[in-house]
Design a protein around this ligand. Structure first.
Ligand SMILES: [Fe+2]
Ligand SMILES: [Fe+2]
Length: 279
């Protein structure tokens, strides 16, 4: 059995037990080991919610980072204080590029705060743009190379280019794939590479049925005219068997409503404290 536990999200299943923050982290348990996917923003919420779920972060066999943004990597230092020395860390090589948000005339650094040399003291870095196996049955997608669809971007995210700025191409944005006996589960951080692009990439690499999509899908900025296209492509990708959508973080309330109207009970929120089991 594969178990996916949501440790950090903007919302919670139970406000008396779990804390919230803008960010994401999932603990993935498999028949052969367990790993952490992203660390949330502060580290405090990660540790608190893990404790509430009876999860020992020291026991993680690997760490995967979906992309550099602070709300996915800000808890890294706190987590590494708990994890074992030399822990395998998987990410895209572009993780260390500086990232910025430029909004209302303000420029803010929003990328990874730890430098590579500090990370290599604590972890065994596995940086690759290619798909890689993290644990048996658990894969990092590698770079989402084909970006024909438009979802996932924010108009205020930039990287430095020469003396100026260019929109962040989010080359570092990757997802996780769990190979269960029933089919594939795709776990996303922010999905800046685009949900449809990510799903098409996964189908191209693995050639198997996707039974569930979990995590942040950054669909909040989609306008009414583009939703029809997104839903049509989602249906086409999924053929006759629509995957479950357990969505959270940057997906957006309006996106959840729109997807629920299209796919009914297949769409569910995934706040902190959620435990999903897949046979
Ligand atoms: Fe995010
Ligand atoms: Fe992000």
């Amino acid at each position: 059995m594969f178990m996916v536990r949501c440790l950090v999200d903007n919302n919670t299943l139970d406000a008396a037990r779990f804390r919230t923050e803008h960010g994401v982290s999932f603990a993935i348990e498999t028949p052969t080991g367990q790993l952490l996917f992203d660390t949330g923003q502060s580290g405090d919420v990660l540790v608190h919610n893990a404790t509430q779920l009876g999860l020992d972060l020291c026991q993680m066999d690997a760490l995967v980072l979906s992309h550099a943004h602070y709300d996915h990597t800000g808890g890294l230092e706190v987590f590494l204080q708990k994890s074992r020395l030399g822990l395998p860390l998987y990410a895209h090589p572009d993780l260390f590029r500086e990232r910025y948000a430029i909004k209302d005339g303000q420029t803010r650094s929003i990328g990874l705060q730890m430098v590579q040399s500090d990370l290599t003291k604590h972890t065994t870095l596995n940086l690759s743009a290619e798909p890689a196996q993290v644990l048996p049955g658990v894969w990092i997608t590698g770079e989402i190379t084909s970006r024909t669809e438009f979802e996932g971007r924010s108009s205020h995210h930039y990287i430095q280019a020469g003396n100026g700025w260019q929109p962040d191409p989010y080359r570092d944005d990757v997802a996780l794939v769990l190979e269960t006996p029933s089919g594939l589960i795709v776990v996303c951080g922010c999905c800046h590479a685009g949900l449809l692009n990510t799903l098409m990439h996964v189908q191209h690499i693995f050639g198997k049925k996707i039974i569930a999509i979990v995590g942040g899908t950054h669909l909040a900025n989609l306008d009414v005219n583009t939703w029809e296209h997104t839903i049509t492509i989602l249906r086409a990708i999924s053929a006759w068997d629509m995957p479950y959508l357990f969505l959270n973080h940057c997906t957006g309330e309006r996106a959840l409503e729109t997807l629920s109207q299209a796919f009914g009970k297949k769409v569910k929120p995934c706040p902190a404290g959620t435990v999903l089991r897949f046979d």
